[in-house]
Design a protein around this ligand. Sequence first.
Ligand code: AP5
Length: 209
Amino acid sequence: MNIVLMGPPGAGKGTQVENIREMFGKTIISTGKLLREAMRLHTPLGEQITEVMDRGELVSDDLVIELVREELKGKSDSIIFDGFPRTLKQAKVLDEIIRVDVALFLSVEDEAILRRMDGRLTCLDCGAVFHKEYNPPKTEGICSNCGGKLGVRDDDKPEVVRNRLKIYHAQTEPIIQYYQNRGIFKEVKGSESLEETTRRVFAALGVQV
Ligand code: AP5
């Protein structure tokens, strides 16, 4: 089964993808993580996208589609997409490359997202996500996953988050209709507690936990 995990910035996609990866995913394709890694390593792609990412805008369809094509080479099943597709063009191209079985949408109100992003901590090494209040690491400032240092993403500044939300509503939300028309759309309320949201995500995928 191949799953597209979608939702506004900060909806909890990165958190939930870690929860479902053991049962549903051999491969996780998180375009945000891949793009941040390119920036960290100062690859030619990284140099090209830094300003766009820092403003909270979308990287061009062509660049992202190329990145995903590379990641998908030799793979066809048990893939979870996190943060891709994000435009109608990306959704249509993905359908040409691979079979998408479920589009799982985590819905969270803008106000709740702005509150959440305020306390997000991200591992500078492995990209794992925590929250000061809702999902604190075992040791302050240290990633419970790999022992790396935790920091705040450049695009988590409140004004950039507001811009990311604006762009999400304009460019990404239309994909909901696209997947509804395909009959593979499932919605989970992502504003419940972490545990309850995880339970609902599994239930939507047909597993009771
Ligand atoms: P990306 O990294 O994909 O960012 P995003 O979609 O904006 O999502 P986030 O990673 O910010 O949030 P999330 O939904 O994963 O939430 P998280 O689990 O961290 O993309 C970044 C940038 O890359 C884009 O702006 C764009 O420039 C570019 N890009 C990426 N993909 C692209 C594409 N396809 N096309 C073009 N450009 C692209 O949770 C957030 C916080 O809330 C955490 O602190 C977490 O601990 C906490 N939390 C999670 N769930 C709960 C809960 N239920 N209750 C309380 N707290 C919770």
